[in-house]
Design a protein. Structure first.
Length: 185
């Protein structure tokens, strides 16, 4: 279903750009000739058909009950760094504060997925395109922060915080930061 929706989005985008960049100049140059070239006819059908396919696939997906998909981070034991949003590690003492660590990324979704999300916004339901985008951004930023902590020789990152901001259009910036510490044995 997702592949079909992406094909519909691609048809829409291709049709839209063909109509804009070929249709408008054609209309300006040959305004008197009522016969529309076959390329523009196909582009209009792609544009309308793409919207229809996206609408149908989103409507079908709305009827299905799906549980949230969780983006998994590497296990803390694999990375060797414990992540906590508290200021202390229960049962352990911070023997040395190594400093601030952070991970940062900016993610965006392409126009086709943005169209799908816009249609879902009208119909209601979870905007899965943005959920997936933010999950990937969170995972990427967290992994970058953990890599920085590993380079510093940290055992844990305490007081972890996430911040997001909208950059432009459908792009979102995600920053994760915390304090890298060495733990006593």
């Amino acid at each position: 279903m997702k592949t079909l929706r992406q094909l519909g989005s691609l048809a829409f985008v291709l049709g839209l750009f063909t109509v804009i960049f070929a249709g408008v100049p054609w209309h300006v140059m040959v305004e008197d000739d009522p016969v529309v070239p076959w390329l523009l006819r196909i582009a209009v059908f792609c544009l309308l058909g793409g919207i229809l396919v996206v609408l149908l696939t989103v409507a079908i997906e709305q009827r299905k009950i799906k549980g949230p998909t969780a983006e998994t981070l590497p296990a803390e034991s694999e990375a060797g760094v414990l992540l906590l949003n508290s200021t202390e590690v229960p049962g352990r003492q911070a023997s040395e504060i190594l400093g601030l660590v952070q991970g940062h990324t900016v993610f965006a979704i392409w126009l086709g997925k943005d169209l799908s999300a816009l249609i879902r916004l009208v119909l209601g339901g979870e905007l899965t395109e943005y959920t997936e985008m933010m999950g990937k951004a969170r995972s990427t930023a967290t992994n970058r922060m953990m890599a920085q902590a590993v380079r510093m020789g940290a055992d844990a990152i305490i007081n972890v915080r996430y911040m997001t901001t909208s950059v432009v259009g459908s792009a979102a910036e995600l920053l994760v930061y915390g304090t890298a510490v060495k733990l006593s044995e």
